[in-house]
Design a protein. Structure first.
Length: 167
């Protein structure tokens, strides 16, 4: 299986998992977070389909998953300020999501190193950046659910690092 085919399968699996997680999540902010990430993953899938079919790819616009998620949290600030009790399913979904994003980062870093041309390499490097941001979003949300009292709001402390090797 070619790298791009495997990447397309990975993105499709992520979309399916995040859709199921959004459906199972009782917290409306959590649902919006997963749905926002799904949109990113769908965009990634379309980019990969273009690579696979040999189509010319337009230069990638500067889309930041972090900007979209920050909006979700800002719109639901009052809800976020209350103590949130997460279900085991929700925390497990976040743990799985963090693992998936970390694996995606590793995969796209390797794909970038092995890319056939500079344009493809640039696309994979961009996907690395976006998957790293997804990881940070999931990590920050996990931190919030695990210990709301010690979690800083987005405006006060931005994104919690989460111990990522690239941060």
């Amino acid at each position: 299986m070619k790298v791009v085919e495997l990447a397309m399968k990975t993105e499709t699996d992520a979309i399916d998992f995040y859709a199921e997680a959004a459906q199972k999540t009782s917290n409306p902010v959590g649902q919006k977070m997963f749905l926002s990430i799904i949109e990113d993953e769908r965009r990634h899938l379309e980019i990969l389909k273009c690579i696979f079919s040999g189509m010319d790819i337009e230069p990638l616009e500067d889309t930041s998953p972090m900007r979209n998620i920050k909006t979700v949290f800002e719109e639901n600030r009052e809800l976020m300020l209350g103590r949130v009790a997460a279900t085991t399913d929700e925390t497990q979904a976040l743990e799985i999501a963090m693992r998936m994003e970390k694996e995606s980062v590793d995969f796209y870093e390797k794909a970038a190193r092995q890319a056939a041309d500079a344009r493809e390499k640039t696309i994979y490097e961009r996907l690395v950046k976006e998957e790293q941001e997804h990881y940070a979003i999931f990590s920050n949300t996990y931190q919030f659910l695990a210990d709301s009292g010690n979690w800083f709001m987005w405006e006060e402390h931005s994104i919690v690092d989460g111990g990522t090797p690239w941060a």
